[in-house]
Structures are given as C-alpha cells and as structure tokens.
Design a protein around this ligand. Sequence first.
Ligand code: UDP
Ligand code: MN
Length: 590
Amino acid sequence: MRLRCRATAARRRMLCFWLLLLGFALVTLLLSDFLSRNRSPSHQNLGPPRRPLRRFSSPVDLEVIVDSRDPALELGLDLAPLKSLQEDQLLFVPSTQGTKSPVQKKGGYKVLLPGVNRDSTAPGAPTLGEMGRAVQLHLGGLEREAELAAVLKYGFNEVVSEKISLHRRLPEARSPGCLREQYSESLPSASVVICFHDEAWSTLLRTVHSVLHTAPKQYLHEVLLVDDLSKHGHLKSVLSEYVSHLDQVRLIRSTKRLGAGGCRTLGATRAAGEVLVFMDSHCECQKGWLEPLLERVAQDRTKVVSPIMDVIDWQTFQYNATQWPVRGVFDWRLDFHWESDFPMQDKEADSAVQPLRTPALGGGVVAIDRHFFQSVGAYDPGMLLWGSEQIELSIRVWSCGGSLEVVPCSRVAHIDRHHLPYVFPDQEMLQRNKIRIADTWMDAYRKIFYRRDTLAHFIRQSESPNVTERLQLKRSLGCRNFHWYLTEVYPHIYIPQDRPALSGELYNVGTGSCADYPRGQGAQGGPMNIAPCSGTGSQVTKTGEVRWGPMGRLCLDAKGERVVLSPCPTQRPNASSGPQWKFLKARRRT
Ligand code: UDP
Ligand code: MN
C-alpha cells in the first residue's frame, strides 16, 4: 500500500514537472509571437537601422488633419517613396508625373506639426549616467577618468585647464586695421561684472586675471565677482582669501540663487563704473578689448555692444578666432546663434574695424551704460535661472530706443561648453523664459514661435505667464512693436507663412522616421538623411520651396540622387531657382 502510494506520488510529481515545462514553453511561444507582431512590419524587412527608430509618443496628436475638401490643402509631397530603405540617406527620385493631374501616391510623405526638439540644449536634469554616456561617446579617445569626471562636472576638460597658466596671453587675432585705431583718452570707466555659479577654479581665476592683464587701469573701475550661491568648496573662503590679495577685485555673494540674469542685475546695483561689462565666468580677453567697447558706448549711451566672441575649445582649451563679419541672430524657436555667412551691405564693406549692427547679442560679454541698463529694465526679473535672457535683452534694447553692435576690434574668448553642467529644478525652465519673451515682445508673431516649440505651446495653454509688469515697462518706455523690429532690425529673417497643413515635419509613414539634417553640417547645407523624428519642422512656401528648420534659410534640393539642403533660392540672388515641390493628396491614415 505504502509502496503504491509512493509510486503514485512520484508519478504525480513527474506529471507536474512535465506540465510545468509545457506551460513554460507555451508562454514563451505566445510572448515571442506577441512581441514580433508588435514590431512595425515595415521595420522587419529593413535590416538593422543604423540608429534605432524612435516613434512619436502620440503621432495622432501631432499629425495634421487634412481637410480634403480644400484643394489648396491637398497633401502628399511630390516625392516617390525612398528608393532604398536600408540606408539612412534620403534619396531623390524625380517626379515622373505631369504637373497638371498629379496621381495619388502610396506611401508618400505626411506633414506633421513640429514637435519638441529633443536634441535641443534645453537644460533638463540629466542623470550623471546619461551625461556620462553622452560624454564618453563624444570624447572617444579621452580615456582618463579624471578628465571624464571633470567634463561631467563642468562641461569642459578642467584637467587640461588646470595645467594652463592663469596668466596665459592669447595670440593676436585682431585685424591689422584695429592695431592702428586710436581711442579717446577720456573713456568712461568700466565695472566688469562676473557672475558665477559653481565655476571651476582655473577658469574663473583665468577670467579675472585676463581682465586685469588687458584692461587699462585708468578705465577699469573694478572687477565685481558675484557668487550666485555656489556650493563648491573652492569658491568659499579660499576664493575670498585669494581675491582679498587682488587689486581692483571685489567679491559679493548672493544669499539666494538668482540665475544668470538676476545675478547680473544684482551686480549692476553694486557696481560703480559708468559702463557695465557683463562677462561669463569662463572667458579670456584679447589685448585691447575694452577700449573699443567703451568708446562706442561713450559715443552713444544707448548702444549696447559686444566683442567678437572667440572660442576656447572645451576639450583642449585651444583658442580659436571667430571669423569676421559675425552677428547675433535667433531663430523661430528663440534659440540664439552667431551667424558668420552673410553678405555685407556695400556701406559696411570696409568694416574690418567698423562695428556692425546686430539683431541680437550673445550673453558671453555685453557692455552697456549703467544708467541705460537700469532705465531700459535691467534683466527680466521674471525669468528663471538660465536661458534666453540675452534674446529678451536684445529685442528690448532695440525696441525701446537703443541699438546693438558687434565691435570687431574687441575680442574676448569664451568656452563653448560640451553641455550645461547645472541641474535645474525646473525642466521646462527654458520654455518658460521663452514664453515670457513671446508674450511680452512678439505680438501676433508669437504664433510662429508656439508652432515651433510644442512644449512651450502646451505650457502656455495650461498656465499664463505674469508679464504685466514687463508690458507696463514696454508701454512706459514707448517701445516699438515686433513688426518694426523685424522690418528695421532683422529684415533678413525668414517669416514663415505657416499655412495650415503645409508646415511640419517630413514624415515617412512607411518607416515612421523623418527627413533629417545632421547637426554640425553647417549653414551652407549638405546631404539629408532619414532619422528618428526630432521635431525639426519645415514649411512649403507659395513658390514651391520646402524651407527647412527654425531659421528657414535652407531649402530641400536635389544633388544627383541625394536629397540635400541648400540655401533657398531667395537667399542666393543670382542663382537659378531650385526644384519646385508640389503637394499631392495624401493617403489618409485609417
Ligand atoms: N550663472 C549664474 N547663475 C546660474 C547660471 C549661470 O550666475 O544659475 C552664470 C554662469 O556662471 C556664467 C553666466 O551666468 O558666468 C552665464 O551662464 P553660462 O555660462 O552657463 O551660459 P552659456 O554661456 O552656457 O550660455
Ligand atoms: Mn558661458
């Protein structure tokens, strides 16, 4: 009896085991089937894409709904489907169709509303791990851990910076004409205001020494260091002690984190020089940089001026002179750019030494009369810690009676960092600052911005910024409107027409990816490829151009088989017109 029982129990256990095994096999089979079904069928026969294809989180939200009753809005670009989906190149297949009766194409391109630019330098709060991966990729050969840690901490290679003298002199880069320039003997005095938040020791002190070495004593009222609540130990008592031994240098500390603009406004209230020179805490000045700036402000107290901003390489700390002419602009996402490739007006032709009017200035170094700075409204106190404050100042100065110039005989170098090293509490800070600019200064043109920055658009829908005080300031100063600014100051900006459904992203419904223009290819254009959709918009103009990106200066063009971007026909007066793009009716998503 006992034996039989044991035998039965053993059989049961065996049965259970086999049942379990069978169950496990079934589940695995079902799961793998489910997963493979979930994969887009179009991806299966593509072979591995070079970059993982990212999908929109909610493509339906972003897709333009085409009203098929309106023939003007019929959609479907005159592009055949991609010839080879194995490549990430974007290929051009000329239309074989007549222009009059376009036949509907399958698998054409759809136009999507621009989304959020995921590649933007918008400050979020990246984890160290994320940042580490990015830097490791970028650094390539740099293997030393200390260097990586330094780059993570500061956005530049502090280890290299430490090895360079705090007193190094930059090689001469000024035009020979500048060396012959004579300046008035009675220039106004300057307070150089250097705000810093957790700046590296070597770069901060090199900035200070560089000012002390290059600014004539009689014009330098003071160097005012403003600590924006730094946490790093080296910026505490050691810095106070160091600064106490330096002539003409003062250090003040904020008890509240003010951010880049707020910190400068604080510095301005404590500065006593006639001209304020706001300077980033990681700069190096070229000989003779201060006099040309002071002279310009002395001639007209409403002029706000900047040197040519040269570049210090974030990895090697090598000095790179910036090509002249250069001017500051911003695009319809309200991102700032220095622009070097533009034709000079005739009257500006002999301008190796002549200051150049500029629609905007970068934040690195800005010289402004102290009283004018206060009367024109300092920096917007409603702006959060970092981002776009220089664009706000630029539009405001122009609109409210001042002007901006880049002065070529003045040169200061600035470290263009690999990434912003701060961790901000508000991930949408940059958008919130831009919203303030749009709502205060851009009048109806703000719609163009909101169409290009979807995140800002949604934030604006759910919360209104309080810009009442800035609007009051605008009224009381009698500032001009944005139309005036665009016409008089920034006439070369392309103003998108943004016709419904004719603007957005070039999206391939087959692959779920978008036409893309790799970063770093420059303003002159180059080959396009296909890549995960990044939200870079384009629009089709009435003349059949497809204008690309928030600047709208480059147009879709063809070079042999490849789709390329090249300067739009209207940007190159004597060139032949580019290809005409037509809309065909899109296949509707079912
Ligand atoms: N800064 C500051 N407080 C902040 C952020 C920045 O005082 O919360 C300082 C920073 O140390 C630098 C200047 O403001 O001297 C401009 O900032 P940053 O260099 O980060 O801007 P970027 O040059 O990268 O645009
Ligand atoms: Mn900076």
